[in-house]
Design a protein around this ligand. Structure first.
Ligand code: TXA
Ligand code: MG
Length: 347
């Protein structure tokens, strides 16, 4: 792929937003902050621009993109009918960390939807994302702004590390507030189905929808396993071999210390994912706190940064404590187990 000069500008600078909009209208690529993770944006209605996204990420072209919008009126243009239930959900949770899947209209290029007849749509709440979408013409296709297979970026520096030379511009809005990708809710099936858990939980959607299914490949329940493990689930992977250790806290700590000592004895570098509460309990290894059990949103916020730091540290093995699946914990455990290739050790 041809190297391009990547410029990085502050996302709260109106001149930078205007320039970003021009890049999009010319068919270029701009990475931008959202409240979930950074996105890699292009004009959703321009097939060549959508193709550039796949090339920049090294992403398989059958993996569809999310179209980001600012206005409900723009939904009609890209969908083939909006179910009444979707309007209710949009009213409650848009703008916000929720993506809905609809039947697509003819106008949306198949390059944007990875060849599917459905389209994923999200209305982000981040002010810089909104300003950028507006400047870019209102319909921005964007996956997470990481190289395919790496953890999603939660800072502009993460985007730079992955995509410098592959995108025209990075808008730096500082660290994101949520840290895991949006909830994906498929509105083309009955009952609506969560394909990927996120900050908008099943419990939050239930009162509006009555019934909400959860795709088995996106377990809210930590014991569920995807039916067809394989390439599809090998996302968010750190370079090291990661395992999640489950059980009563004291036994988890003892098991991790034992595994750590064993691998270090063989000359390997070991990373440990601990919390504020437990970090003092691990005498050896590269120990990082991922947040506090008192507030799971702190763990969601630090997850991808910590995985990237272990990559930079060059550890061979990572052992992680496991977390409750209440609230945003279902998204945390979903991403953590994917990163671990569903390798669970019972303490
Ligand atoms: O929070 C987010 O959703 C971030 C920010 C940038 O908005 N975006 C994001 O995009 O996470 P991406 O491409 O990394 O993840 C989108 C997921 C993929 O797993 C893709 O397969 C799925 O959404 N997806 C997109 N369109 C779909 C469709 N029509 N049907 C089923 N799944 C779809
Ligand atoms: Mg992604």
């Amino acid at each position: 792929m041809k190297e391009i000069r990547t410029i990085m500008k502050k996302a709260d600078d109106p001149a930078a937003i205007r320039e970003a909009g021009e890049i999009i209208r010319r068919g270029g690529l701009v990475a931008f902050p959202t409240e979930t993770v950074y996105g890699l944006g292009a004009d959703a209605m321009n097939r060549e621009a959508a193709e550039k996204i796949y090339a920049a990420k090294g992403r398989p072209s059958d993996n569809p993109l999310i179209v980001h919008i600012n206005h409900m009126e723009d939904l009609a243009q890209i969908t083939d009918g909006i179910p009444e239930a979707a309007r209710k959900v949009a009213e409650a949770f848009w703008p916000g960390p929720l993506t809905m899947i609809f039947e697509k209209s003819e106008a949306v290029p198949l390059e944007t939807t990875g060849g599917l007849q459905t389209v994923a749509v999200r209305m982000p709440a981040h002010p810089a994302a909104q300003a950028f979408i507006e400047a870019g013409g209102g319909l921005i296709a964007a996956p997470s702004a990481n190289t395919s297979g790496r953890p999603s970026p939660t800072t502009a520096q993460h985007v730079w590390d992955d995509l410098n030379g592959a995108v025209d511009m990075i808008l730096d809005g500082g660290p994101v507030s949520i840290g895991v990708e949006s909830t994906i809710l498929d509105m083309t099936v009955t009952p609506p189905m969560i394909l990927r858990p996120g900050a908008i939980t099943r419990e939050a959607l239930l009162p509006l929808l009555g019934e909400v299914a959860v795709d088995n490949a996106a377990p809210a329940d930590r014991d569920a396993r995807p039916k067809a493990p394989g390439m599809k689930y090998r996302h968010y992977a750190p370079k090291a071999e990661l395992a999640v250790v489950e059980g009563p806290m004291e036994m988890v700590i003892a098991a991790i210390n034992e595994l750590c000592a064993k691998q270090m004895g063989k000359g390997y570098k070991v990373g440990i994912i601990a919390t504020k509460e437990s970090i003092g309990r691990y005498p050896e290894g590269d120990v990082k706190s991922i947040g506090t059990r008192g507030d799971l949103s702190t763990i969601a916020n630090n997850l991808y940064r910590v995985l990237r730091e272990f990559d930079a540290d060059g550890v061979d093995y990572i052992y992680s404590e496991s977390f409750s699946t209440g609230g945003i914990g279902s998204a945390v455990m979903n991403r953590l187990l994917k990163a671990a290739g569903h390798q669970i050790i019972n303490a």
